[in-house]
Write a protein that binds this ligand. Sequence first.
Ligand code: BES
Ligand code: MN
Ligand code: ZN
Length: 461
Amino acid sequence: MKFKFNDDQAFQVKFAFTNSEKEYAEFFKGEKGEILPVLCQNLILVGLGSKEDLDYLSLRLAANKLGKYIADKDCKAITLNLKESPEIDKDECILALVEGLFLSSYNFDFYKTEKCDFNLETVNINSNTNNLDQVEELVNVLEAQTIARDLVNKRSNDIYPESLANYTKEELEKLGVNVKVYNKEEIEKMNLKAFMEVAKGSDKEPKFIVMEYLNGGDEKPLVLVGKGLTYDAGGYSLKPSNGMKTMNSDMGGSATVIGAMAAIAKNQVKTNVVAIVAACENLVSGRAYKPGDVISSLAGKTIEVDNTDAEGRLTLADAVCYGSTKYQPRLLIDLATLTGACLVALGERFSGVITNSEESFADLQEAADKAHEKIWMLPNDDAFKELNKSKVADIKNSGGRLGGTITAGQFVGEFVKEGTNWIHMDIAGTAYLSSSYDCFDEGATGVHVKTLYKLAKKYSK
Ligand code: BES
Ligand code: MN
Ligand code: ZN
């Protein structure tokens, strides 16, 4: 879809508040989500609800409904007539409209023989405010978010460690990101022992993917770590089959950091960002790790495997240790579809956050607000720490059911180098929706590509 600023004679779209269109009052009230095509006048009316209720998300949703309405019509171009709707002829509002329309074009039909209709090609914006630069920047970010959504929606027979690594290298190197992929022998030599324990049960070779985008001089980098379980069957602590079925999405954290790198690189943000993904599968086999095993880690800490289904934190333990020791980050953020407990606590609407730095969290909250993505901080309190204590090893990989999101996050935190600013984001609920919400269908959302992009921008020169 292309966005242009002009007053093309294409189908005109007019946005209207409740009861503002007297001429069409019998057919159109202007309620939120209402759409009325007035074909004889080449006009579509889109309702916004009451003026007081207008905000970014409701405007985005209205545009999204418009896009979905037009999708299967034989209409290739529309003109958003904002000159007649001065209340929304503003930079932020234009961005909300662009985003809503862009999101309406996403259909995951990769596996369908017959592809979904989406005929709309051109959106003309007829306005008094021309913010084409901002629109182009946003579209780059949204395209990067689409990359993340596709990666998560594709199934584990298509996205496995090697294909994920190859795709990442191909896509990101085009954009000027340096991508290094380490294979199994190299991972072993690097002493990523906890990661290897999870990976060893699968016939698919693990890959350790390091992406460097260096465009900020000698400033300390922002380091992003994404959980990269391309499938999580649970291992010997096997998941029931209905819980297993969607575990192709367990690389949601890695998709987000890959998407964020694409967004940052496409827009050539002047900053240093490194992203790290330890990609593997958690399966059952004669070579798999087992409940009760005691394993080691890059940090040198020993870990009792209380539950093989708490595998993400083991892979992250080595990845955050590597990232925090090698790069001296200004801030390290790990993102992971880490716990079912996070779904219980926050549903599919908020991501759960744990941090050791209130100051960094304030930066993240500001970025999330700008991105219109929801996060909620949980207490990183010492009172929970005894739950991860092991009788036989330095720590165990599950703290049990109670406070499960917190103890999982704290486990990861134990492997971050002392003195590093660190934020953990549990996106188990937000990365993959069980039913559609807002502008997103069931399935992958690409959550926090936008937030990380905004944060990288804040940290740029
Ligand atoms: N990948 C899962 C978490 C998950 C569950 C993500 C549902 C998305 C939807 C993770 O590896 C896992 O299995 N966590 C366990 C931890 C437990 C064994 C301590 C869980 O949440 O049950
Ligand atoms: Mn698991
Ligand atoms: Zn998992």
